[in-house]
Design a protein around this ligand. Structure first.
Ligand code: GYE
Length: 376
């Protein structure tokens, strides 16, 4: 009799526990992170567990559903970011990743977010093409109680509609480029010369484009002898960079500096200058500045083709995964916005020290070791 009662109690306990866990899973947020514990249960170890632990171990593994909206596949940087996202949000790590490549189309991004909301993903992760056009759809996500994590580019929207952002300080990148150019020209004894500058911008209206332009403009303002001849959009692509550079070479007789807002554009600009017989880089006539510091970019720095390359770190997805884990465990993040660590590279024989808001930054020459360790 006693045996029967205790059996009945055990069954009731299992059912109660099952209901409790299912209900918690339905409410979505702030559930305890039981996925990790679940991984530890093996067939042998279940014998030593209590009834409730065994019930937990037998529950189907629930993957965390991530709706990820990517900008596109325009550059090496972007490909690296996508790869990092697929690794960070793999099934082995406990995620079901629903991934949309928007091919640089802002409308595709907004539609994808709406679809993910309807599908009730657990988290939305967005790398926005443009800064604009986000408020309405992010409000919808907010009311659907789906946390939003932003990566890389920023948006014009109240901070309450996203949980965290991980990316780069684009304004500082642009400023560092201006600061480097100023010191480089001084070193060359060209500090008072008229300098003709062209820029090949990234996608118009992307925060990476806006920030780098704004940062560099702060130095342009200080130098009345710097003439910005033109700033056309190369869309962060190699073909865009090449096309724009070809036009510049046809239009302007004397170009002293080319600023490309990413490495792919810079490689395109190199191809255009090669074809036109124009020399550039460390020993050439045209000074070439770039952003990203991808492997291909750094190789070009090492070969002396790019004079200075300002890093932009594409490996933000692991930070987003950490934020998701923290939310699952009910831990609140202290800061909303987080800047990734970044370096500055140069082909100068004596790399400069640049001044940033937080102190001094020693520029680096590219070595074989740096290239070997480069993840992208
Ligand atoms: O510089 C470029 C990419 O948003 C920082 O987008 C990113 C930029 C990066 O396509 O290569």
């Amino acid at each position: 009799m006693e045996n029967k009662i205790s059996k009945r109690m055990q069954i009731t306990a299992v059912i109660l526990l099952f209901c409790l866990i299912t209900c918690t899973a339905c409410t979505g947020k702030n559930i305890p992170d039981y996925h990790d514990n679940y991984e530890n249960y093996t067939a042998d170890s279940t014998d030593k567990l209590s009834v409730s632990e065994r019930a937990r171990a037998l529950l189907p593994k629930k993957l965390i559903k991530i709706g990820f909206v990517q900008v596109g596949h325009e550059s090496d940087w972007r490909i690296a970011a996508t790869k990092s996202c697929q690794e960070a949000f793999s099934e082995e790590n406990g995620y079901e990743l629903l991934f949309v490549d928007a091919d640089n189309d802002p409308r595709v991004q907004v539609d994808a977010v709406r679809k993910f909301i309807r599908e009730q993903v657990d988290y939305l992760i967005i790398d926005p093409v443009l800064t604009t056009g986000w408020t309405a759809v992010l409000k919808e996500a907010y009311h659907a109680k789906i946390p939003v994590i932003l990566l890389d580019r920023t948006i014009d929207c109240s901070k309450r509609y996203y949980y965290a952002w991980f990316g780069s300080d684009f304004v500082q990148e642009g400023e560092l480029a201006g600061q480097w150019l100023q010191s480089y020209l001084n070193r060359q004894g060209r500090g008072a010369d008229n300098i003709n500058i062209v820029t090949i911008n990234g996608t118009d209206g992307a925060s990476a484009q806006l920030g780098r332009t704004e940062g560099f403009a702060r130095y342009l303002k200080r130098h009345s002898e710097w003439n910005l001849l033109a700033e056309e959009c190369g869309d962060f692509t190699e073909s865009g960079g090449r096309m724009v550079m070809e036009q510049y070479l046809e239009t302007y007789e004397k170009i002293d500096v080319v600023i490309c807002q990413n490495d792919n554009e810079a490689l395109g600009a190199c191809a255009a200058m090669d074809a036109a017989g124009v020399s550039y880089g460390k020993d050439g006539d045209v000074i070439l500045i770039s952003f990203d510091a991808t492997r291909a970019g750094l190789e070009a720095v090492m070969e002396g083709k790019i004079n200075a390359d300002f890093e932009c770190n594409p490996l933000s997805p692991p930070y987003a995964a950490e934020a998701v884990r923290q939310l699952e465990a009910g831990i609140k993040r202290k800061e909303k916005d987080y800047y990734l660590p970044e370096e500055c590279f140069t082909s100068d024989e004596h790399p400069m020290i640049l001044i940033t808001g937080d102190g001094r930054k020693q520029m680096l020459n590219v070595t074989r070791e740096i290239l070997k360790e480069r993840m992208y």
